[in-house]
Design a protein. Structure first.
Lengths: 225, 256
């Protein structure tokens, strides 16, 4: 079973590396959104610095949403999802492998590029490290909760847009605790609230590990019958 | 029907799963329930608008509360009905449960919208602004509206009813797990940003002159919700029958 899991994970990573698209596009989208923020709110450096953690998180959420529709859709279209559902691996573990691959391919590059894009928004250097750490803790939840939305809309035409609408409310706790954790270190408020935010962010991610694959597998079963 | 009393609880549960029996029962219930809700709401409105005194602090604007609070209560009640019905649909494959869940969503969304609008109307004189991000309840209500709309969008997008029912049930259940987390996160966010002194809706105590219209309105709105739910469920069952008849006719037409 663990060999089948590993094979699926490696297959997804290999597909992503050779086909391109997914992760690179998400980072490019992230860059473009961050670049147009100063064009919208003006070049005032202190204002940009105070907006930076929140804007980085919002842009990261949007970039992660953009890649959700490919999570199951390509496998659904070429029939591999049907094969996977009859294979030795339970559908729940298939969902875990797909969500994990999605995080490695899109979540991780987004986290790595966030502090670099922070320079564009005059992010205070003291905030760069906690922000990156918070994103590292929070982004797996985006992939695991996102897999539910992707599984619910698999096989629907223009399902990507619907998946974004379904998933975005579920991302709100990640956004709130993520920004809270980042703001704590840059002096927004006292240390205790920041520590709390980190712990709560971790709790949300762990809960998404538990709920996400179960719900995604149930949704896939509904859509594959 | 004579042997009804000798049925076990589980058998009775499945007896009402028969849509024909539901249609017969509900057709007799809709009119009396509708009249009851109209009477109770009329009585509640009379006490709320005429017979109760204005609040010593909030003045006449307190009367918005008599619509706002029951709407907010039904917004959450509607989601619970949806979530429980979805769980029953997924676990027991009860054929009426997904009809109930689908029918509850637009009603709950309407009450959520009503709660938001009345909250906003109340906020204008009390807070001096139409929208106050500092009030966690307003923000969570908005997110609840998003959840309702997403659920309805999923139903509207998937054509085949059985597949749509399963997918929507999964979404409703994930939403019901997430709702407390979202609510807590909004509360937490709110305490960090220390809102400007906001009047709380729940004063220290509620005078009995206000409790009577509030209770009547809550009761009336709840009966109204049940009535609308029955009407929508009947419409949904008929819609499915029409769909099946159309499909059957199309199939036989293609064969001839």
């Amino acid at each position: 079973m663990s060999r089948a899991f590993l094979a699926l994970l490696l297959r997804d990573l290999r597909l992503a590396a050779r086909l391109g698209g997914g992760g690179g596009m998400a980072v490019f989208f992230f860059l473009v959104v961050i670049a147009i923020v100063p064009l919208g709110v003006g070049p005032d450096r202190p204002l940009l610095a105070s907006l930076a953690p929140g804007m980085l998180w919002v842009a990261l959420l949007l970039a992660a949403l953009l890649t959700l529709d490919r999570l199951f859709q390509a496998d659904y279209e070429d029939g591999s999802l049907d094969l996977l559902s009859t294979g030795p691996l339970p559908l729940e573990l298939v969902a875990v492998a797909k969500a994990l691959a999605h995080w490695i391919v899109t979540g991780l590059p987004l986290v790595v590029s966030a502090p670099l894009l922070g320079v564009l928004l005059n992010l205070p250097s003291a905030a760069a490290l906690p922000l990156t750490l918070a994103m590292l803790i929070g982004t797996p939840a985006l992939s695991f909760l996102g897999s539910v939305g992707a599984a619910l809309t698999v096989g629907i035409r223009r399902g990507g847009l619907l998946a974004s609408l379904l998933v975005l409310p579920f991302y709100i706790p990640v956004l709130i605790f993520g920004v809270g954790a980042a703001a704590a270190a840059s002096g927004g408020f006292e240390g205790e609230a920041g520590r709390q935010a980190f712990l709560l962010l971790g709790a949300v991610t762990l809960a998404s590990f538990a709920v996400g694959p179960l719900a995604a597998a149930a949704a896939l079963r509904a859509n594959l019958r | 029907m004579a042997g009804m009393s000798s049925l076990s609880a589980a058998q009775r549960f499945h007896a009402y799963a028969n849509p024909a029996r539901f249609m017969a029962l509900s057709s007799r219930l809709v009119a009396p329930l509708g009249m009851l809700s109209a009477l109770v709401i009329a009585a509640g409105l009379w006490f709320a608008l005429v017979a109760s005194p204005p609040d010593y602090q909030q003045g006449e604007t307190v009367r918005i509360m008599y619509v706002h609070v029951p709407s907010a209560w039904l917004a959450m009640f509607g989601y619970s009905v949806m979530a429980v019905a979805s769980a029953v649909a997924l676990i027991f494959r009860h054929p009426l449960a997904d009809v109930a869940a689908k029918s509850a969503a637009p009603i709950g969304a309407a009450f959520t919208f009503l709660a938001l609008v009345t909250g906003s109307l109340w906020g204008r004189p009390m807070w001096g602004t139409w929208w106050e991000w500092g009030d966690a309840r307003l923000v969570s209500m908005l997110i609840l509206l998003f959840l309702y709309l997403g659920y309805m969008a999923l139903w509207a997008t998937i054509e085949e009813p059985v597949r749509a029912a399963r997918a929507a049930a999964v979404l409703a259940l994930v939403g019901s797990i997430n709702l407390p987390v979202i609510r807590y996160s909004v509360d937490w966010w709110n305490t960090l940003h220390q809102p400007a002194s906001v009047f709380r809706m729940d004063g220290p105590t509620i005078a009995s002159s206000m409790l009577l219209p509030l209770g009547l309105m809550a009761l009336g709105f709840t009966v109204l919700f049940v009535t609308l739910l029955l009407v929508r469920m009947r419409a949904e069952i008929m819609r499915r029958r029409v769909r099946n008849l159309r499909l059957a006719r199309a199939a036989s037409g293609a064969g001839a």
